[in-house]
Design a protein around this ligand. Sequence first.
Ligand code: F6R
Length: 221
Amino acid sequence: MITLFENYNQMSEYVASIVAEEITNNPNLRLGLPTGSTPIGMYKNLIQFDLDWSNVKTYNLDEYEGIGENHPQSYHTFMNKNLFLHVNLKKEFIHFPDKNLDTHLKQVGGLDLLILGIGHNGHIAFNEPGSSPTSATRRVKLTKETIIANSRFFGSEDEVPKWAFTMGLKTIRESKRIILIANGQDKWDIVNNCFNGDVTKDRPASVLQMHPNIEVFYAPQ
Ligand code: F6R
């Protein structure tokens, strides 16, 4: 299930080429997208393709609460910088999770492709250890561990938002195709445990083992 890449650039190029191919094959693609450091290379490659994004619908996995969309560390800002400002995606087709997301996705037929990153504790989106595999899209309190990890982007731990909205594990698992990407030696243990170990709530990504169409890409450096 885990595909190993020689390095981060090769993995990023390959994932971007898959997304580009999906958009070419289905101009109305409903595409789920992550933020974080891991997908930056994918976005860099993806914006080089000459693609028509005008009918693509994007669905981000999560967003902080309590900081405005224009805050430098908001996920809206991240997405504008890395993808949205570079392609002809329509503003009204950009989605971030809120209480209406699951109903909306049900009406339109779910996500066609979802790209995921993974945290060191096995979190996906802001589904922290202990999250129910059937959890809906919801408001969540961030764990101390995540606040400390994310404080590198803010001035201090105090400035990191304490709450966020996240796509739920059920919502994630209903995507037709999932690609989880991870890089760095420090991520190997969690990737290996999630996809070669037991399925457990303690490692939220492990529930994806049961997904019929999941690919896991890992690059050690
Ligand atoms: C962000 C998200 C998070 C990250 C995870 C890994 O939208 O869903 O779960 O994927 O925290 O982050 P990086 O890539 O920075 O190691």
